[in-house]
Ligand binder design. Structure first.
Ligand code: SAH
Length: 274
């Protein structure tokens, strides 16, 4: 094991036959946790999603076996059972298994289900949280997920259920109760979701940001409105992976787009909420 890049400390050892379910964050390798790096240095096999950046995978042991669950000979996304079966069989071979997932493994990532499948098969697990796209990805667009002048609550939802449909949520209740709504996997059903929120009283001119490939070199941000979001996304070609943020915190991006500052831009009006 190489621990060259870990600060001194009592880092946990991966034991043979264990599965660690680890979040890799939204993209930028600098958002990987030290526990994730420690796991990459030790794992015999890394089973990862398509969304995990190559630069992060490069931190695995040079002799580690890498399994890309996002690209399996052109087949579409694997069935959940297939991933769990693989994790269990690798662990039962006595390997130290790192299941590396984008963002946080317990946020719309089926990490809970995979952990349960391992435990049902008698395989012990450790969980390493990561920075979720709905928080860290928005921060990379200069959008705070909460702000004292805007919201005391935020709702995270998934934009489609297992069958791809809009989930059977009480959208009217969410519209009433949550000043800021953050949608994962929301692009496909964006028009329908926006319509349901507007039916429940949200204003068509409410600010919306679509943040595609947040915290990666390909990050793109489209600022739009609830009424125009689906049409603007289609016109601009914004698609998955993207986080949708609905609410007035989006307006703060005018002040807090720190990536624009890093690129040499001027400090703008720090109080865009007026
Ligand atoms: N566990 C992940 C979410 C998995 S669901 C997390 O905590 O972030 C996959 C969805 O997450 C994508 O469809 C997209 O909505 C969002 N997502 C993940 N990474 C993203 C990124 N870098 N930029 C924008 N959206 C991202």
């Amino acid at each position: 094991m190489s621990d060259t890049f870990l600060p001194s400390g009592d880092w946990p050892r991966m034991l043979p036959g264990w599965v660690w379910l680890v979040g890799a964050g939204p993209g930028d390798p600098g958002l990987v946790t030290l526990h994730a790096l420690n796991a990459l240095h030790q794992a015999d096999v890394v089973v990862h999603d398509a969304l995990v950046a190559p630069a992060i995978l490069d931190w695995a042991r040079p002799d580690a076996e890498m399994v890309d669950m996002g690209k399996r000979g052109g087949r579409s996304s694997p069935k959940q059972g297939e991933i769990s079966d693989l994790l269990v069989s690798l662990a039962k071979e006595g390997k130290r298994v790192l299941r590396l997932k984008g963002g946080d493994p317990f946020v719309f990532g089926r990490g809970g289900e995979e952990a349960q499948d391992c435990l049902r098969a008698g395989v012990p697990v450790r969980i390493v949280p990561g920075i979720s796209a709905g928080i860290g990805g928005l921060a990379y667009a200069g959008i705070p997920v909460t702000h004292g002048a805007v919201n005391s609550a935020v709702t995270f939802v998934t934009g489609h259920d297992a069958g791809g449909d809009t989930p059977p949520l009480d959208w009217a209740a969410i519209a009433r109760a949550s000043p800021v709504i953050v949608i994962y996997m929301g692009m496909r059903n964006l028009g329908e979701i926006a319509a349901r929120l507007m039916d429940a009283g949200r204003a068509p001119d409410e600010p919306v940001a679509l943040v595609q490939s947040a915290a990666t070199p390909d990050q793109r941000v489209l600022e739009t409105t609830l009424g125009q979001a689906a049409a603007d996304a289609a016109a601009a070609g914004v698609g998955a992976p993207a986080i949708v943020c609905i609410g007035r915190t989006v307006l703060l991006r005018q002040a807090l787009d720190w990536q624009a500052l890093a690129a040499g831009g001027p400090i703008g009006n720090p109080d865009p909420l007026g």
